[in-house]
Design a protein around this ligand. Structure first.
Ligand SMILES: Nc1ncnc2c1ncn2[C@@H]1O[C@H](COP(=O)(O)OP(=O)(O)OP(=O)(O)O)[C@@H](O)[C@H]1O
Ligand SMILES: [Mg+2]
Length: 245
């Protein structure tokens, strides 16, 4: 079932076309990997989908409704949430309060929001539940990334968009993050994952979309994308799918 269908999405910054006529289908339950070189338009695409940017053209159909032009909080209420590439939580709030801020997307009842937040801290792992009274500034980068995921999950998304959730993590932390992404998928959430570490994206994605200079240059299963000459030329370079999988 197609959950999100993007048609001819275009976003311009002056003369620069950051997203150029992008078509994309996201099926319920999948992990879609969104890859491409720096400046390809991946983060812009997330900003367009979740209403941070007004698009210049095209449609964003979520469960057959055009959500283009809606505000970020409306898009969140419909069920699409995202994390940010640069993690900067407010520093002087506790982990629990930070995650509760996500839960307030669905309720203004504080005890209900607290219950959801605690559930999500437990779900995400990384011993965040035990760190719920820490201030966010006391956390490591991987914990900051994890509380961001907990907070987005507290909004009860149908689609979660992760923008480089694993950048800057150690190999061991990356393995934990992969397990978490699969666990989120198994809980019924569809994921769009922007990721530069090819071994990771190739191993978790059901489908990969490649952007280059704002244009979609490939949209297929990982093994096909990994062997696509245009993708290799634009982005993959030395990545060897056969060797690394
Ligand atoms: N708010 C903005 N104003 C002007 N130009 C922007 C803005 N946001 C992004 N751009 C430009 O749009 C293009 C796409 O940027 P974007 O951040 O979407 O790329 P990306 O694929 O996420 O790259 P990276 O892998 O480095 O995160 C770049 O040329 C960038 O400089
Ligand atoms: Mg980006």
């Amino acid at each position: 079932m197609v959950l999100l269908k993007v048609e001819k999405l275009t976003k311009k910054f002056g003369g620069l076309i950051a997203n150029n006529n992008i078509d994309m289908e996201v099926h319920k339950g999948m992990i879609l990997g969104l890859i491409g070189p720096n400046g390809a338009g991946k983060t812009t695409f997330f900003n367009c989908i979740n209403g941070i940017y007004k698009i210049n053209g095209g449609k964003i159909l979520f469960e057959n409704k055009n959500i283009a032009g809606l505000s970020t909080d409306r898009v969140c209420k419909y069920g699409i949430t995202r994390t940010f590439q640069v993690v900067k939580p407010a520093e002087n709030i506790t982990v629990l309060d930070y995650v509760m801020s996500g839960a307030f997307c669905r309720t203004w009842n504080t005890s209900k929001a607290r219950k959801t937040a605690l559930e999500m801290l437990d779900f995400v792992g990384f011993d965040l539940y035990g760190k719920r009274d820490f201030l966010t500034k006391q956390l490591t980068l991987s914990d900051k990334k994890a509380i961001q995921i907990a907070s987005t999950l507290a909004t009860r998304p149908k689609i979660l968009m992760l923008d480089e959730a694993m950048a800057g993590l150690t190999k061991n932390e990356q393995q934990d993050a992969i397990k978490l992404i699969k666990k989120i998928r198994d809980s019924g959430v569809t994921l769009i994952v922007v990721e530069h570490v090819m071994e990771i994206v190739m191993s978790i994605a059901d489908k990969i979309v490649v952007l280059n200079s704002g244009i979609k240059i490939a949209d297929d299963v990982p093994e096909k994308v990994a062997n696509d000459p245009e993708v290799i030329n634009a982005y993959l370079g030395g990545f060897d799918y056969a060797k690394d999988n």
